[in-house]
Ligand binder design. Sequence first.
Ligand SMILES: C[S@@+](CC[C@H](N)C(=O)[O-])C[C@H]1O[C@@H](n2cnc3c(N)ncnc32)[C@H](O)[C@@H]1O
Length: 223
Amino acid sequence: MRFGRWLRRLRRGGPKTMTSLEAYRLWAEAYPPAPHNRLMEVEQAAMLRLMPSLKGKLVLDLASGTGRYGLVAWKHQARGALALDNSPDMLARNPLTRRVLASAERLPLRGASFDVVVCALALGHLPDLKDALHEIARVLKPGGAALISDLHPLMFCRGAQRTFTTAAGTFAVEHYNHLFSDYHSAACSAGLVLDAVAEPSLEERDNLPVVIVYRFVRPGSVI
Ligand SMILES: C[S@@+](CC[C@H](N)C(=O)[O-])C[C@H]1O[C@@H](n2cnc3c(N)ncnc32)[C@H](O)[C@@H]1O
């Protein structure tokens, strides 16, 4: 769908809002493991710019959906990649063989077991960032990095909602507008250090950022 139409459909007062679980149950079938709109294209380009080398690394694709960043990890020669999501429907369509059904807020994974955690366009579905950021810090090895993207808070100041369309109609998905300071304080209290930020925009529009990408590191020896 073109971004302009998507943004107009995001205006408040329209579609019924669903929980993330309800929404991805309906959406999973049509959710490809690749960017499927301009926003995702610029998000993925910014994520790749900030991504450390994945060659030989163990990668957790947190809130993996149908596998977009797990496939990136394989393409970049990661040693292993694990997909984790709380939606059984999204996870069932994920091509990775190592998959875990769980919430980002409570990971059934050993501490210090991943070099890189990727979490794309998902933490906005959580009302609070604290538990997820603590879990990300816990499972990262010292010196490991977390790449986290979210819809840019300015999008919601412009009246946006997250929506998707199926044969049954257009629906909104619950989203919580986390500011830069929310991410920063949740990460600091988890012991993570903010290393880099990107705020890509759509040049064909008004140059206001549509996405924010954070790179956090767990202090320790550099990977
Ligand atoms: C917009 S999709 C993004 C999927 C994938 N990361 C990507 O970028 O293609 C958001 C994903 O977050 C997952 N999600 C939402 N809340 C979650 C939670 N508390 N724990 C784990 N996954 C969650 C959803 O099921 C969905 O697969």
